[in-house]
Structures are given as structure tokens and as C-alpha cells.
Design a protein around this ligand. Sequence first.
Ligand SMILES: [Zn+2]
Ligand SMILES: [Zn+2]
Ligand SMILES: [Zn+2]
Length: 87
Amino acid sequence: MPTCAHIDALESLKAPRAHLCEECVKSKSSWVHLRTCQQCGTTLCCDSSPNKHASAHAGATQHPVIASAEPGEQWLYCYPDDAFAEY
Ligand SMILES: [Zn+2]
Ligand SMILES: [Zn+2]
Ligand SMILES: [Zn+2]
């Protein structure tokens, strides 16, 4: 499956530290799905969530790749390349 240089460069996957959006808990917001940044390990909420913290984090930090933090989902997504990979 063709991916991108960012995903290809990952040697190990970062698991969520806790099953919650680390930004939403600060503002007592809710979320739909969770994603874990593969650069720094922060777990944040998806684009279906009201605050879209994972996208905001990727844009603000230039951390390109997230993994789904949902149980049973095993995929990666790269924001700058719009690349998706299952593992
Ligand atoms: Zn990439
Ligand atoms: Zn959030
Ligand atoms: Zn990050």
C-alpha cells in the first residue's frame, strides 16, 4: 500500500496515554473519536468532534502523523500528505 515518507519513517507506534482528549478534558468538552499524535504521543479528538483538536495540533505543531486511538482500529493518517495506512 503506498503511504508517505512520514509514515514509512515510523519505527514504533505511540499508544494513547489515556483514552481521552487531553485538550477537551481541560475545557470540559466532549469528543467523538480519539487520535494519537505519533510525534509526541498526545491523544486528541478527531474531525467529527466539535473541537477538532487533532487537526489543530497537527497544524500548530507540524506533527504530521496520527494513529487512531479507538479500540479495534489500526490505522495511521498523515495530514500534509493526506495519506492513510492500515497496520
Ligand atoms: Zn506524510
Ligand atoms: Zn478535543
Ligand atoms: Zn504531536
